[in-house]
Design a protein around this ligand. Structure first.
Ligand code: ZN
Ligand code: ZN
Ligand code: ZN
Length: 173
């Protein structure tokens, strides 16, 4: 698991802010985004493909929206739990380069999955809608894998895609 497990997460979110009693918390997490690339350029901005468990698993910071009190913060890598990995994850660009064409069949359109830092608000009756904190090509936006729909060729990052620590990676929920 990541820095938090599901019961810990629910306890923190359920308790609200421990400083001012505010109910709305801002949660930052690395979550899965899928996008289609044409000649290595994104066709669109992509879409989230994480679920609730993955959102919890990637959580690295929780703050109060009223008083900015930090309710929870972790510096480990949100993907592999390496010490100090969060700074690397947020401060470096993607390492896995997506080629212009499928290396096997030369198809121009490839599907990529990335881990992207996002922020979402919990509490106050709002449905959490994550907003990306990094765009394609920026620091923090890390391609995890790409695949070809024509020939099923798939390439997955061998090291941790966020902080480059050697594998094997811990399983995700
Ligand atoms: Zn507060
Ligand atoms: Zn890592
Ligand atoms: Zn192919």
């Amino acid at each position: 698991m990541g820095a938090l497990d599901q019961p810990q997460f629910e306890q923190i979110v359920g308790a609200g802010c421990t400083a001012c009693g505010g109910r709305t918390l801002e949660i930052k997490s690395f979550i899965d985004r899928s996008l289609v690339l044409m000649l290595a350029d994104p066709n669109n901005e992509g879409r989230w493909v994480h679920d609730g468990e993955k959102f919890v698993d990637g959580t690295y910071r929780i703050t109060c929206t009223s008083c900015a009190h930090v309710v929870f913060a972790s510096e480990v890598c949100p993907r592999c739990n390496a010490e100090g990995g969060l700074g690397k994850a947020l401060g470096t660009p993607s390492r896995l380069a997506v080629p212009k064409r499928c290396p096997k069949c030369s198809e121009l359109e490839l599907l990529a999955v990335a881990l992207v830092p996002a922020t979402a608000r919990y509490g106050g009756g709002e449905t959490p809608k994550p907003k990306p904190l990094a765009e394609w090509g920026e620091d923090g936006y890390h391609v995890v894998a790409f695949a070809c729909h024509e020939c099923d060729n798939a390439v997955v990052a061998e090291r941790c895609p966020l902080c480059e620590a050697p594998g094997p990676l811990r399983p995700r929920p």
